[in-house]
Design a protein around this ligand. Structure first.
Ligand SMILES: *[C@@H]1O[C@H](CO)[C@@H](O)[C@H](O)[C@H]1NC(C)=O
Ligand SMILES: *[C@@H]1O[C@H](CO)[C@@H](O)[C@H](O)[C@H]1NC(C)=O
Ligand SMILES: *[C@@H]1O[C@H](CO)[C@@H](O)[C@H](O)[C@H]1NC(C)=O
Length: 273
């Protein structure tokens, strides 16, 4: 009895407190409401609108890929989505992949940073993707600006980089660029075959010209150097190596030419003396 009476006495106070609390919460929510961030864009819907319906459908059909895509948007994301034609051409290879392989391939086409077209054009080099396992740094591709064209390549598709054709969307936090082919990660596809060996070095007499003008071509052992499956990633590194070797190759004939000239001069001098 007593207890009940106490509760009766307290009830109005509790109700008043609760009402006050609710009012405060409601007021806070009302004050906050205008500042609340807009819902993140629906990535697959935006891709479909922007000309990548086929690719968006593949993502929608892969639970792993679609959940990762959607949860990554808020932090900023750039998608390189292959056009419908590109996806159609790639489908036979795509169907050959396991479910995990499919998800990796799809995640490989987005990077967890929002790049406007301008910032994309001032970037060159390796980029991590949504498929990258941080520590392993795998599933990366190389972004390369060639004149006004943004290209993406891996050593698996070295002969034919994908090009950015158009901007489907560029609105912070999401950018979507349409590319003209599916980019193939070396983790899922064999590296491109070694480039055909360069022709035999030019005769010595021509060497000074070659050294003075275009760099001499790298001579024969191209095949021996070709990246094997074990060290497949290194396109940019290889290119650097190639550049160094070309410079060295160009230097050698130049030195020989200089030596020949010096010897000839010495011979002429001794004849005159
Ligand atoms: C995005 O839009 C598609 C339809 O275009 C819908 O099926 C899907 O559920 C949406 N996803 C989210 C996360 O809202
Ligand atoms: C798919 O896999 C099979 C068996 O490994 C292979 O023979 C075929 O060439 C592959 N198809 C494509 C398009 O890669
Ligand atoms: C790119 O991925 C390969 C594995 O495919 C890895 O060995 C390499 O270190 C990565 N490169 C960068 C710059 O993260």
């Amino acid at each position: 009895m007593r207890r009940l009476r106490l509760a009766d006495a307290l009830l109005p106070i509790l109700l008043a407190l609760a009402a006050g609390g609710a009012a405060t919460t409601a007021a806070a929510a009302a004050a906050k409401a205008p500042a609340a961030p807009p819902a993140p864009p629906n990535v697959t819907a935006e891709m479909a609108k922007g000309g990548c319906k086929a690719f968006a459908d593949l993502i929608a059909a892969s639970p792993d890929a679609s959940s990762t895509y959607q949860s990554a948007v808020e932090g900023g994301m750039t998608v390189f989505c292959p056009s419908d034609d590109a996806v159609r051409a790639f489908l036979p290879k795509y169907r050959n992949l396991t479910a995990d392989g499919k998800a990796e391939l799809l995640l490989f086409h987005a990077v967890p940073v929002h790049y406007s077209l301008g910032s994309l054009k001032s970037n060159n080099g390796p980029m991590n993707t949504l498929a990258t396992d941080g520590a392993a740094k795998n599933y990366n591709f190389t972004l390369q600006n060639q004149g006004d064209v943004v290209t993406i390549r891996t050593t698996a598709s070295a002969g034919a980089p994908a090009r950015v054709k158009s901007t489907a969307l560029d609105k912070d936090p999401l950018a979507i660029y349409v590319i003209d082919r599916v980019v193939q990660p070396v983790e899922l596809f064999k590296p491109a075959p070694a480039p055909t060996p360069a022709p035999a070095p030019a005769p010595a007499a021509d060497a000074p010209k070659a050294a003075g003008g275009k760099p001499a071509r790298r001579p024969a052992p191209a095949v021996a150097d070709a990246p094997g499956p074990a060290e497949d990633d290194a396109a940019p590194v290889d290119q650097k190596k190639d550049a160094k070797k070309s410079a060295a190759a160009a230097g050698a004939p130049c030195f020989r030419w200089w030596l020949a000239t010096a010897l000839a001069a010495a011979a002429a001098a001794s004849t005159l003396a």
